[in-house]
Each structure stands twice: as structure tokens, then as C-alpha cells.
Design a protein around this ligand. Structure first.
Ligand code: IVH
Length: 673
């Protein structure tokens, strides 16, 4: 009798465990937090220990190990999946077109046409087809490597498994968006917050049978790597996609002028609620592929495309307090804590005030009634103060002259480029000496573009910091997992996942490593440039050991500001301590040599004077495409000085003295045939 009661109690627990598992793994919607989940597991195991007649196939004691869940195999994209720069206004579009024209040297007769494509807010995917067969499907991931979600993608009806048409390229990564139509989302409303989450959750199901139950759609709009694609423009490519059996966006349009882009934008924005899928803007791409090729890429986005986001939403609220946040480079950012207000479906309770100057300029005070704007993914900000509603007793906001975190003096730097004092006030302490800066540095270190440690979010960094588990980036690789397992909210499974994610990142590219260090003025693009030029961490550290930074001077794109910042970084003993420790723990891969088989391989170039029919940026990009590099000083290391109209004579003289080859533009272009 008693045994039966125990069995019943045990079975009840097993049933609950099965339910939690189903919601966690299959529905991607945990019912309880990890600690609750682990508590139940422990109860079951202890029960079994106490009454050894108890057993069930679904008991946690029968599950094999604690394999990390929901982690798909990662595969490198042959061509990275880029993001898009954003435009919010007509002015942004005018600037976009101006930059393009300048890059293309304002060629007379330049006929810019755009492919305007409503930007579906779903999940992007890259589908590799070889010899007409769908082979692998990847998620975007961090843009460089994605997750292998082939089996799940295969369940989507819009994705053909085989294309037998002759016009289909030998190999191609077809790229597009996976999404759920609003009408289909209705039935899923109780499971997911919005259609995008529903698409993402369904795509990342462990079991493709679960994915199949969700009516996912796929619209194709671009491609990655290709061999044998015959298309000369985006319009042409979109047509072919249709021929091959892919769906394309029915609202795509070819447009010539900015005026018409705006007209189209307004029309589509008006129709937005009637369209059966969520769109958050319109993507404009230069239609002509040969122009796209010339324009190339900057950092993570193409020069030839931009996303025109739908207009901002705004709302009125009251500033309850102004708090100062300290960023990883010490910048003091004032944030208005506002009375929560719903703006375009999102509850907003914080709005950035940018910097001290902005507060002064707009005379923003605690207690003020303000107009708040929220545009796309941009942090909400204060547009204006309603002075009529201001309390008579309100006082001007006093910006702190000392860092609220460490008490150090706050300073405004002198900007070498603008020759003006910065608008931003900063904590003058060096990085890790200021608690708030140190925490932000670690958050940056684990962030998506840096080490990209899955599951190591901002909250965890703060939590681990407060528990003294991490004080420096290298502590991440020496975590006390036993201690973590006993923390509230953690359990065996989640600790195993974390450990797995961290261990995966012990091998890292040199470029990501430099970026992750969070050196001021060394963002993604500069980290990439340094990595490309210095090749290895050893060379980087060597700079400081020799206290000789000359190697940086010649790198095009790295200026005085960046070099001073790197010098400052190395001057600080804590930074050196962090660097030494990281070097011991990690394997920092040397920079992959760029394509070195180009005609300018190993050659350095410098320009002086104006080039004809070509902008400097295009010339630079041409050299780089052919494996050459640009330097910004005439030294012995320079191979060619290319002379345009009205050159700097001093440069030519120095080049002559150093026996550097001097070419005019046409001889240089002849080298390229
Ligand atoms: S082209 C290099 N075209 O927007 C070109 N992207 O921020 C990049 N998206 O992750 C992609 N509609 O998920 C392109 N017609 C369209 C698009 C589109 C939506 C998304 C895509 C990408 C993001 C870029």
C-alpha cells in the first residue's frame, strides 16, 4: 500500500519532468527556470536512491550525460552574411547616394537604379545548392558561421529540394528570409510573443517534425558564394529566382530616383497593416551587379545597399530620474528613467540623453515632461522638453565631475580630428581600476562580435562579477563550475552548456581577439585592419615589448588617434596582466593570409594627387582586391608611388631618393590589364 503511494508520487514527478522537458526542448518555451527544473531532477534522483524499486525510462538518472542541448553544428559561411546600414530619413538616403557617387568618382552618365525590397522581419537563412540539389542550410549566426539547420529548413514548402533547370548555377548559396505570415501566427499567439520569435523558435527545434508543424515561409532575395550564376543585376537575379521556383517578395520594385524611393516608401508604409507579413523597412540595393562589385563592402555591410527603416514611433512621458551609466571606455552616458510608456507596442522606461552637452543644449531636467522617440533597434531618446509643463522649482541637472563608480575625476578629451573638446565626459581611470568600466569591458569581451560566448549574457557577467567569480576577462576561462552549479538559477545542464560554449571559444581569430580587448578607437574595422597587417598576437605584443609602434604608422586606416590609444593600452599594467593571462589560456589563430594570389601580392602602394575617373576609395579597394596594400607614408617599404594630377612634390622627391618606383595612373592600371 505504502509502496503504491510512493510509486504514484514518483510517477507524478516523472510526468511533470516530461512536461518541463517538452516545453524546454520541443516548444522552446521553458515553463520554469533552471533552478526549479534542477530541483525536480534532484528530487527524482533522491527518491530513487531512497526507494530502490523505483525506475522509469524518462528518469533523469537514465539520460545519458548532460549533452548541451539546442546547440546545432556550426558551419562557416563561404561568403559572410552581412548586415545592412540603416537610413531613417530622406537626408540619410541623399547621403547614401552621395557617398556612392563619390566612390564612383561622380562619373558622368552614372545611372543609379535601385532594387527596392520591403524588408521582412524574419530569420535569414543561407541555402547551399550544388548541382541543383539542396545540400546544407545555415542560419546567419554571427555572420561568419551559422548553425546547420538543414533538416528544419527542408520542411519548408517554399524551399525546393532539387532544381533541374539548365539556367541554375553549378553552385550557389541562395539567401533569404524565413518567416511566418501574420494570418498563420494567429494560431500561435499563445505560444510566441510575435511572428519573428515564432519563426526563430520553430527553426531551431531539435526535431524537424516539430518544425514541420509550423507554416514557415521562405522568400529569397540575395546570394552568397556562387559558381556559374548568370545575372547582371538584382532585377535579373530576382527574375531568375522565380524561374527556379523560389518565392520572391511581390512588393519588390525597381526605382530610379530618391524622390521615387520616398514615394514608394510612403505607399508601402501606408499598406503595412494590410500586408500579411511583418516588414520593418525597405531595403535599397544598387541594381547593377558590376556597380555593386566596384562598391564592395565596409566592415560588416555592403556599400551598395541600405535599409530604410519605417518611421519612428513617439510617445510622451515624464523623467523620474537621470542616471549615469559608465561605458567600457569610461564614457558617462546620462539615461533618463521615465514613467513607462507604450511606444509602438514596446514599453519604454529608459531613454538615452547621449551626453552632457545634449542635456545642456536641450536643458533636460528631472521632472520634465518629454517627447520620446523610438526608431527601429535604436535606443529610445528624448526629442524635446515641454517647457510649459515644467515645475517652477525644477533645477538644472548637475553633471557629475567625478565618476559615480570609482570617484576618479571626469574629463573631456580634446579631439584631434575635429580640434574641439569632446561632447562626452569620461572617467579618467584606466579600465579595470573602475568597477563599472571593468564590468562593461567584460561584457564587451563576451559579446557577439567579440568572443561571442553563447549564453554568457550581460546579466551573467554582472552576476558573476558580484559573486567575485570574474574580475578580468581571463577569469572566464577559469570559472569555478562547481560553485556555479550551486547558484540559484543554475543546474548541471545549464552549467554544462556554459562550459561547452566557453571551451569552444578558447580558439579565436586574432582579429576578434584584438576587438575583444576593447581598446578605445579600435572597433571591428580597425581590429580587422590591424590583424591583417600584423598577422599574429605575437607581433602585436612585440610592439609594446620593443616600445616601437612604427609598424602601425604605415597601416592605412590606422591614424594617430588609434596609435595613441594602443600605446595607452600597453602603458597600463593591468592591461598587460590581462593580455599575458589570456595569451596563456587561449589559442589565438594567426590572421588568415588574404587572397595572396592577386597581381599586387606583397606589393605596397601609395597615391598622391587626384586620380582621373576614379575615387581614392575605389583605387584603394582595387588594390586590395588584387592582394596589394596601401600605405600612407613614403618609406623604403613602399613599392609604388602612383601620381595623379597636382601631386605633392615632396612625396615624389622622397620616393625618388628612396628609389621607389613612380607610376602615373594609366601605367598603374595597365598593370591590372
Ligand atoms: S540583403 C548584403 N535583402 O535584413 C545584403 N536583406 O540587416 C544583406 N532582410 O539579415 C541582405 N529583407 O535578414 C537583404 N530584401 C532583403 C531583405 C534583407 C530582409 C534582412 C536580412 C538581413 C538583414 C540585414
Amino acid at each position: 500500500m505504502i509502496d503504491e503511494k510512493i510509486s504514484q508520487k514518483y510517477l507524478k514527478k516523472i510526468k511533470l519532468f516530461q512536461k518541463y522537458n517538452k516545453y524546454y526542448y520541443d516548444l522552446n518555451k521553458p515553463l520554469v527556470d533552471d533552478s526549479e527544473f534542477d530541483k525536480l531532477k534532484l528530487e527524482i534522483i533522491n527518491f530513487e536512491k531512497k526507494y530502490n524499486f523505483l525506475n522509469h525510462k524518462d528518469s533523469p538518472s537514465n539520460s545519458v550525460g548532460f549533452k548541451p542541448s539546442k546547440i546545432f553544428k556550426k558551419i562557416k559561411h563561404k561568403t559572410p552574411m552581412l548586415s545592412l546600414n540603416n537610413a531613417f530619413s530622406e537626408e540619410d538616403l541623399v547621403n547614401f547616394e552621395k557617398k556612392i557617387s563619390n566612390f564612383l568618382n561622380n562619373e558622368p552618365g552614372l545611372n543609379i537604379e535601385y532594387s527596392a525590397e520591403p524588408k521582412i522581419d524574419g530569420i535569414s537563412a543561407s541555402l547551399l545548392f550544388k548541382d541543383g540539389k539542396f545540400i546544407t542550410g545555415l542560419s546567419r549566426g554571427d555572420g561568419k558561421e551559422g548553425e546547420d539547420i538543414t533538416e528544419n529548413l527542408k520542411t519548408i514548402k517554399d524551399i525546393p529540394h532539387e532544381i533541374k533547370l539548365k539556367s541554375f548555377p553549378k553552385e550557389i548559396d541562395i539567401r533569404g528570409e524565413v518567416f511566418i505570415q501574420n494570418s498563420d501566427f494567429k494560431d500561435l499567439r499563445n505560444k510566441f510573443a510575435n511572428p519573428r520569435n515564432a519563426a526563430s523558435g520553430s527553426l531551431r527545434q531539435k526535431d524537424p517534425k516539430e518544425t514541420q508543424k509550423i507554416p514557415l515561409k521562405f522568400i529569397a532575395y540575395t546570394f552568397g558564394y556562387e559558381k556559374g550564376l548568370e545575372a547582371t543585376s538584382q532585377e535579373d537575379y530576382l527574375k531568375r529566382l522565380k524561374e527556379w521556383g523560389f518565392k520572391t517578395n511581390p512588393l519588390n520594385n525597381k526605382i530610379k530616383t530618391i524622390k521615387d524611393l520616398i514615394k514608394n516608401y510612403n505607399e508601402i508604409e501606408k499598406k503595412r497593416d494590410q500586408i500579411d507579413f511583418d516588414i520593418d523597412g525597405i531595403v535599397y540595393k544598387i541594381n547593377d551587379f558590376s556597380l555593386q562589385k566596384r562598391l564592395g563592402y565596409v566592415a560588416n555591410a555592403p556599400r551598395w545597399a541600405i535599409a530604410h527603416k519605417f518611421s519612428a514611433n513617439s510617445g510622451i512621458s515624464k523623467i523620474e530620474n537621470i542616471e549615469i551609466q559608465i561605458g567600457r571606455t569610461g564614457a558617462l552616458t546620462p539615461v533618463a528613467k521615465i514613467k513607462p510608456v507604450n511606444i509602438g507596442g514596446v514599453v519604454v522606461s529608459n531613454a538615452t540623453l547621449h551626453n552632457e552637452e545634449e542635456i545642456n543644449r536641450k536643458d533636460i531636467r528631472i521632472g520634465d515632461t518629454v517627447l520620446i522617440e523610438r526608431a527601429g533597434d535604436v535606443i529610445p531618446h528624448v526629442i524635446s522638453v515641454d517647457l510649459k509643463l515644467r515645475n517652477k522649482n525644477s533645477k538644472k541637472f548637475d553633471f557629475p565631475k567625478n565618476c559615480p563608480s570609482c570617484g576618479s575625476e571626469t574629463v573631456k578629451d580634446f579631439n584631434l580630428t575635429t580640434k574641439k573638446e569632446d561632447a562626452v565626459r569620461r572617467c579618467s581611470s584606466e579600465g579595470y581600476e573602475c568597477e563599472k568600466m571593468a564590468i562593461e569591458k567584460i561584457k564587451h569581451f563576451v559579446s557577439k562580435e567579440a568572443f561571442n560566448i553563447d549564453g554568457f549574457g550581460k546579466k551573467i557577467v554582472e552576476n558573476f562579477w558580484n559573486l567575485n567569480l570574474i574580475k578580468f576577462p581571463h577569469d572566464i576561462f577559469k570559472l569555478d563550475y562547481v560553485k556555479i552549479e550551486n547558484l540559484e538559477g543554475w543546474g548541471k545542464q545549464s552549467v554544462a552548456n556554459l562550459k561547452y560554449s566557453i571551451n569552444q571559444k578558447k580558439k579565436i581569430s586574432f582579429e576578434k581577439f584584438i576587438y575583444a580587448l576593447g581598446i578605445r578607437h579600435i572597433g571591428l574595422e580597425n581590429a580587422k585592419i590591424i590583424s591583417k597587417n600584423l598577422k599574429s598576437l605575437k607581433n602585436f605584443i612585440y610592439l609594446s615589448k620593443q616600445n616601437n609602434f612604427d609598424n602601425l604608422i604605415n597601416i592605412d586606416g590606422i591614424g594617430e588617434t588609434q596609435i595613441n590609444s594602443i600605446k595607452n593600452f600597453f602603458r597600463n599594467s593591468t592591461n598587460l596582466h590581462v593580455l599575458t593571462n589570456l595569451e596563456k589560456i587561449l589559442t589565438v589563430k594567426n590572421a588568415e593570409s588574404q587572397k595572396t594570389d592577386g597581381i599586387f601580392s606583397d606589393k605596397t602602394f601609395m597615391f598622391t594627387g587626384k586620380l582621373s575617373n576614379m575615387s581614392r576609395s575605389e583605387a584603394k579597394s582595387l588594390i586590395e582586391q588584387n592582394s596589394g596594400s596601401i600605405v600612407s607614408n613614403v618609406t623604403k617599404k613602399l613599392d609604388y608611388l602612383i601620381v595623379g594630377e597636382k601631386p605633392t612634390n615632396r612625396k615624389i622627391e622622397t620616393a625618388k631618393n628612396l628609389k621607389v618606383k613612380i607610376l602615373d595612373q594609366s601605367s598603374w592600371l595597365k598593370m591590372l590589364k
